[in-house]
Design a binder for this molecule. Structure first.
Ligand SMILES: NC(=O)C1=CN([C@@H]2O[C@H](COP(=O)(O)OP(=O)(O)OC[C@H]3O[C@@H](n4cnc5c(N)ncnc54)[C@H](OP(=O)(O)O)[C@@H]3O)[C@@H](O)[C@H]2O)C=CC1
Ligand SMILES: CC(=O)N[C@@H](CCC(=O)OP(=O)(O)O)C(=O)O
Length: 342
């Protein structure tokens, strides 16, 4: 059976990445591509690297017949996404890539995003989209909320350690380096080549990044008590990739055992031999996530380094993995691309 797919926000980076992945999917066909300012244009005009694919032109959402669609990916800016999804048919399967449906508590959403949620009833249906930890709920979900790309990276390092009780919960440090494509395609001054290249800066310093809402929600739920990690993201002058260096108190061998046991059967999560550290080069353009564990010269401290591609495992690859589950397909379909190296 071939599933008809719509992508809203197809002219953005994650939208284009979804098209790249779906192009090799054995049972998905792109029925409609939505955009805003670029509606009316062809995908070949907006993204010449997709020129060889036979794709519909970009249209506005109100031109799409959602009755003829089996699943819709929403790759829209947060806030816009909730306003759009609110108006879509209530029986349409949706994978949302934005931040709008990740936080279960409307007050937490307002705290981190600065505005009241405009679709609280729809939010109640949403399942958090970190595939490896919510598989069963995702299979039966109508609406799945894709995670933040930084939020996914940090959780792959820490969830097994919190669950296994092998680390201290009050001194976790998450130091994250994020590629510029994480900010999307819209032009911003600090993302211009002259201001970005050859430089490196921290942002959202002092515990202000909105992905802390996701960390708080998920880690506190796992631990059964409030957990607040220290998290600082840094903007890397590279196109794709996230690297998180996580500092925890605990026995490094126990940390290693918890991670390697939890992920032993996961198709996309690979724990490296103890002491090896991963590189963003080794996962680029793929749905893989590599995890390295080492001890520190300070006794009782461990370091966990995680890499993934923000546009693949951090957003569109995760979204496709979840869509496969929702549609009853093989979870890995369309996702077995080998990383692009060097
Ligand atoms: N980039 C990343 O690594 C990650 C992104 N995300 C999230 O995924 C979502 C998409 O991100 P990304 O692809 O990077 O963003 P982009 O800025 O690259 O793309 C945004 C898309 O949304 C469309 N759009 C903007 N405003 C409207 C509107 N008012 N109505 C309809 N469509 C609109 C744009 O259309 P047009 O160009 O035609 O105006 C474009 O297609 C965001 O919520 C982002 O936070 C999540 C994880 C990682
Ligand atoms: C480099 C950069 O700006 N990265 C983005 C993360 C992208 C992401 O995951 O965004 P959403 O949570 O909005 O979906 C950031 O840190 O805000």
């Amino acid at each position: 059976m071939t599933h008809k797919i719509a992508i809203l926000g197809a002219s953005g980076y994650t939208g284009a990445e979804l098209i790249r992945l779906i192009a090799t999917h054995p049972s998905m066909e792109i029925a409609a591509l939505g955009a805003n300012a670029k509606a009316g244009q062809s995908m070949a005009t907006v993204y010449p690297h997709l020129r060889h694919l036979d794709l519909p032109d970009l249209v506005t959402a109100d031109e799409i017949d959602f009755g003829a669609v089996d699943l819709c990916f929403c790759a829209l800016p947060h806030k816009t996404s909730q306003e759009v999804i609110r108006e879509l048919p209530r029986d349409l399967k949706i994978v949302d890539l934005s931040a709008d449906f990740r936080l279960r508590d409307p007050a937490a959403y307002e705290k981190w995003y600065g505005n009241p949620h405009a679709a609280v009833e729809v939010q109640k249906e949403a399942v958090y989209g970190l595939t490896e930890f919510y598989r069963d709920e995702i299979r039966g979900a109508r609406l799945v909320a894709g995670t933040g790309c930084n939020a996914a990276t940090g959780q792959y390092a820490l969830r097994p350690l919190i669950s296994a009780g092998v680390i201290g919960l009050d001194d976790i440090i998450l130091d994250m380096k994020c590629a510029v494509s994480g900010a999307g395609r819209a032009m911003k001054e600090n993302l211009m080549h002259a201001e970005l290249s050859e430089g490196y800066n921290a942002y959202a310093v002092g515990g202000t990044h909105r992905h802390l809402g996701e960390f708080d929600q998920e880690f506190s739920k796992l631990a059964g008590r409030p957990v607040e990690v220290q998290f600082t993201p840094h903007l890397m002058p590279v196109n794709r990739g996230i690297l998180a260096t996580t500092y925890v108190s605990g026995n490094p061998q126990e940390v290693y055992a918890a991670l390697s046991e939890t992920y032993a059967d996961e198709p996309f999560l690979h724990v490296l031999p103890f002491g090896e550290t991963p590189s963003t080069h080794h996962v680029r353009g793929s749905n893989f996530c590599h995890i390295g564990v080492t001890g520190d010269r300070k006794a009782g401290r461990a370091i966990v380094v995680v890499v993934l591609d923000n546009l693949t495992k951090g957003s569109s690859g995760q979204a496709l993995q979840n869509a496969n589950l929702m549609l009853g397909e093989e979870e890995t379909a369309g996702l077995t691309l080998v990383p692009c190296f060097p």
